[in-house]
Design a binder for this molecule. Structure first.
Ligand SMILES: [Zn+2]
Length: 299
């Protein structure tokens, strides 16, 4: 694990990244267009986003945004004690994530908002934690924002799933208990959550995947969830992952998002980007695609 907590200030927002684990080796199968030779050709793509021998690096992490009195957690990693049969190293994790939150100065009782960009197993885990055999909300005083279409999609999938897939287990353990506790707020993006926080649709990786935009007093940032899994997809927006719900749509979403951001001062980060995770987007000169210009400074 390269590091466990990263802190950045963007405008008047404080951003804290809680890093759960290294997931870079999964890109070997998860992003099939990628291989060391293809990565070497992306000349701007440097360490730490790749290894010295051109394999991809990446993280499982949560972004916590403190802004205008709100504490917003964007995506909640894999979580402890979860049933993840299909990816053994994610199954029944025992990681001191809650201790890391405390050490990062986050009182989880004071978290006001949780946003899941989508409901895949590695984005909902710490929505809940296991206590005395029950899955309890980790952020008991927060509103958990779920895109309504995303929630309905996985609820339907659960009803049709006789095999008991890892997504069904995840929905049972990490999503349904939030709805049952009355903490779910179903949204139909674009949605203004107030205090400069907006949720926008970025479909393709899942049916109703969303990104969050924060206007942070002079600076703006976008946390794009899994709309872009790795900075190499900024150079190669048409590279889709094996788990994309609609590969053409996920590519179209990347092209649109990157086109809108290119040449602007808006910072973008995605959940699995290594640190430093925030950067600007530029148009690539002489070829398709875009360039990620990491913002180095952190505080
Ligand atoms: Zn993911």
């Amino acid at each position: 694990m390269p590091l466990e907590i990263a802190k950045t200030r963007i405008g008047d927002a404080e951003i804290i990244q809680i890093i759960e684990m290294d997931v870079g080796h999964h890109f070997d199968w998860f992003l099939p267009d990628n291989n060391p030779e293809a990565i070497r050709q992306i000349t701007w793509l440097d360490e730490p986003y790749r290894t010295a021998d051109y394999r991809l690096n990446g993280l499982s992490q949560s972004f916590i945004i403190k802004h205008a009195g709100r504490i917003l957690v964007v995506d909640t990693c894999i979580g402890n004690d979860k049933t993840v049969d299909e990816i053994e190293e994610w199954n029944a994790l025992q990681i001191d994530f809650l201790g890391q939150l405390e050490r990062a100065g986050i009182d989880r009782e004071k978290v006001t908002d949780v946003l899941c960009t989508h409901l895949h197993v590695d984005h909902v885990g710490w929505n809940t934690h296991l206590k005395d055999g029950l899955w309890l909300p980790t952020f008991a005083n927060a509103k958990y924002h779920f895109a309504r279409d995303e929630y309905d999609f996985w609820l339907d999938a659960l009803k049709q799933d006789e095999e008991g897939s890892m997504q069904s287990a995840s929905f049972h353990e990490s999503v349904l208990p939030i709805a049952e506790a009355g903490l779910a707020n179903f949204i139909d993006p674009p949605t203004d959550l107030g205090d400069g926080i907006t949720v926008i649709p970025t479909p393709g990786h899942t049916r109703a995947h969303v990104a969050v935009v924060v206007d942070a007093g002079g600076e703006r940032l976008v946390i794009a969830g899994d709309a872009i899994h790795h900075p190499c997809q900024i150079a190669r927006p048409h590279w889709a992952t094996v788990s994309d719900y609609d590969k053409d749509q996920s590519a179209a979403t990347r092209v649109k998002l990157l086109g809108d951001l290119a040449g602007t001062p808006t910072l973008v980060a995605d959940i699995h980007f290594n640190v430093p995770s925030f950067g600007r987007i530029e148009v690539a000169v002489g070829e398709d695609g875009f360039v990620f210009v990491p913002r180095k400074e952190s505080h």
